[in-house]
Design a protein around this ligand. Sequence first.
Ligand code: MF3
Ligand code: CO
Length: 248
Amino acid sequence: MGIVTLKKDVAAVRESCRIVRKVLTELAQFIQPGVTTAEINALGRSIIRSEGAVPSFLNYNGYPAAICISINREVVHGIPSADRVLKDGDIVGIDVGAYKNGYHGDAADTVMVGSVSPETRRLVEVTYEARNLGIAAAVQGNHVGDIGYAVQSYVELNGFSVVHQLVGHGIGKKLHERPQVPNYGKAGKGMKLSNGLLLAIEPMVNAGASKIRILQDGWTVVTDDGSLSAHAENTIMINGNSPEILTA
Ligand code: MF3
Ligand code: CO
């Protein structure tokens, strides 16, 4: 379980998370129609390295790149490629992990490319708001189920669905630690949250049905019905009534 109490460990995880946010910010500025996902990956990798960090995802269970880049119906874990060219109206999930001084940071955003349709924009905005509501529920004394409940109820109220087969997670010395943080759940259920616990809260929201499948490449997760999907993730630390958003 990723629980940090020592000052030096808190400083280390803050630093990894600062780098993750820097990468996301610079990649969002770089993204425009005509850019390939291989170019996005190369830029992200070089920023991570220039900050003295290591990309958390590269070679993780054999994942072949530094950044996960997932377009439109792709939910998460898309593999960057020189053949994938972004076009006007796409939405692109960029998921970044950085490891430095013994700690990982992990965050993702969904970027709108050029001008997107109103319904696509609504999907992205609901996903960010779901992340915010999940984080707001991550207070000391609450339970993991309160986070999932907050995410799921908001998403479904808006007519979208949450992915069940993939979950958020504890994080720290390892990229994935206990507890699992589902984007669904019952208020008051699951592990109790205590100060210093590090969590990656990451709603994956589908415009259509919640079912997903994995492509032949063994990684890319797509919606089964081909509908659009958006993803937003932050690493946070439980801190009394106001969670610290480390990747803000
Ligand atoms: N943010 C994703 C996660 O927490 C990224 C993992 S991709 C992998 O699971 F390549 F590292 F597996
Ligand atoms: Co994650």
